[in-house]
Design a protein around this ligand. Structure first.
Ligand code: GLN
Length: 278
């Protein structure tokens, strides 16, 4: 009796990509990453084996989870950001490609940053990416103990644990800035989504709302943070804030009110994505 012809990895990827393309703009990549996970190998090694190897049994379950809009980063437990792999859980925002522009700006404008502060660090992706390149030290804060656990794990994974400290801190509470000290670079990707925004189900149902939503106009956290930044900055320091692509004007105005000079950086899609405050 002959076995039914098993689907090859290549065919499995193609079939899964077809079904995920109903809603995912990255269906092919999703399917490849899930297949590599099912095989327990890197995606680059997998592509070489795709023509001859059979689909492993766990692949169907992974595609099934993705079909229910669970983000690939949550299924895999990690996400690439600025060339490094970061552990991700549902307790943190998934690092986005758009946020890499903050790291680029930091390395370009402050390549020698010795002391970096990351407010609302989440996975630690911004902070750890910058200090890995500059060789400097850093402090990350978050109001979520679970997120700080993930940031710690990422510092360990990247062998940066000796150069970072993490603090549990909620900037919506009085006196938060007091004991942090001063820094020559501040990074911050605060929550900035309008309360009423209709988010993609992948985001809405799987990522922490506390890291996303910021009041009626999405500006609540900038209103709290911007007036406090000066007290956290050394002479000549700069602060780099991520913004929603329609918030450049509102946040710039707020920063100018507090006597900052402001310049803008755009993301890969050429949308406004970060403001640099000096
Ligand atoms: N860029 C994220 C999104 O649109 C929002 C990130 C944030 O609020 N800091 O899903």
């Amino acid at each position: 009796m002959s076995e039914p012809a098993a689907m090859t990895v290549a065919e499995g990827i193609r079939t899964a990509a077809e079904s995920l393309s109903a809603f995912s703009e990255t269906a092919r990549l999703d399917a490849e990453l899930l297949m590599a996970d099912a095989l327990g190998i890197e995606r680059s090694d997998m592509l070489l084996r795709a023509m001859r190897d059979a689909v492993p049994p766990s692949f169907a379950g992974l595609v099934e989870r993705r079909s229910r809009h669970e983000p690939v980063a949550h299924i895999l437990g990690h996400q690439e950001f600025f060339g490094r792999r970061f552990k991700v859980t549902p307790d943190t925002l998934i690092p986005r490609g758009d946020s890499e522009v903050l790291v680029e700006a930091a390395l370009e404008l402050k390549p020698g940053a010795a002391c970096v502060l990351d407010l609302g660090t989440g996975t630690g992706a911004l902070l750890l990416s910058v200090i890995a390149e500059t060789g400097g030290r850093g402090v990350g804060t978050d109001r979520s103990p679970a997120a700080l656990g993930v940031a710690h794990d990422n510092a360990d994974l990247l062998d940066l644990e000796d150069r970072v400290r993490f603090h549990l801190l909620d900037w919506r509470q009085e006196g938060w800035a007091g004991e942090l000290g001063r820094f020559d670079l501040i990074l911050c990707n605060p929550p900035y989504v309008e309360e009423s925004a209709a988010l993609d189900p992948d985001v809405r149902d799987h990522e922490p709302h506390g890291a996303l939503f910021a009041g009626v106009d999405g500006l609540d956290d900038y209103r709290i943070l911007i007036p406090q930044l000066r007290g956290l900055m050394e002479d000549g320091a700069l602060a780099i804030l991520e913004i929603g692509h329609e918030q450049a004007e509102a946040v710039s105005t707020l920063a100018q009110t507090h006597e900052f000079a402001v310049s803008l950086r755009r993301d890969l899609a050429n949308r406004p994505r970060a403001l640099i405050l000096t």
